[in-house]
Design a protein around this ligand. Sequence first.
Ligand code: BG6
Length: 343
Amino acid sequence: MEASIEPQYNTISSLTKTLHELISQTLQMDRPNKPSAISPSGTGPQPSVHSEQGRVIASLPTGDSVEVLLYGATVVSWKANGRENLWVSEAAKLDGSKPVRGGVPIVFPCFGPPPKDHATSALPQHGFARNTTWEYLGKSSSESGKLASGGDDSVKLDFGLSSSQLSEDAKKAWGYDFALVYSVTLARDGLQTMLNVQNKGDKAFEFQMLLHTYFRIDNISKVAINGLGSTTYIDKVLNATEHQQSSPSLQITGEVDRVYKSIKLDTTSITQDGKSRLDVTRDGLSDSVVWNPWIEKAKSMGDFEPKDGYKNMVCVEVGAVDGWTKLEAGETFEGGMIVKSHA
Ligand SMILES: O=P(O)(O)OC[C@H]1O[C@@H](O)[C@H](O)[C@@H](O)[C@@H]1O
């Protein structure tokens, strides 16, 4: 039986307070590299952050930038070295009417169509996080984490979503008391996106999560995905049967929809013409999905444009999707990725 929610937040200010408390708890967690404040030194150009039309845009003095829609906390652009690294469909809806086809939609609390016999069964495919409007919590600090740069070379944006912000339908379908904080750190040497999941209620819940990242690439026929050799995967194109990838490198020559489980190497690399293009490092997560819809599936998706856009994108999606992660009352989980873009 699902837990019922007691109304937690009577006012917007108590919600904001709770989310800020959550952030400060997050910042106090035992991490190898504690966050440091954005340098107020003023000795050189500083990162800039501004919001406009439901999105938050951060830029570094180098010109690198990131844009995050409040709808779904979807990262819709990440530019590094003058190049866009994310693919967004020309027909993507950015008005909150449906999840964004492109960028980095957040999949939570279920991946794919939820199983009928699970507490998520009444939710839509990939859950509610990608089609709910999040709150911008501010640029609380920069965080070096596995990124080398910090201080003036990086900026961290925090976004929050809790049970009280869900639509009535979503609350009814998944009545747990939770809080999510999504931290997007733009640094000179990469982008870090971390999802912190907290069980705020008195009942355990199970969830899956995934950062459904659409990477922009020049030409799919020149691309290889490396770091998934000797890994077991579920092939959703082949009736969800289980296989093992023997080759260290995957070339994409048709529809691919694979869930790689318990991956041994932390980093999955995308190479183009044999040269490193993007390195995707899992942090606290052990699964990844590789997806390219190819010709027919791209045609069948109304919001996928241009129709031959499958040649310019590949999804490498880090997550916890093999089975379920159980979070006891009061417990917290954190997972995400660090992506490096090679010029
Ligand atoms: O069309 P959606 O809901 O955004 O999903 C896109 C794809 O997302 C991938 O993560 C799934 O593995 C695919 O099966 C799915 O088709």
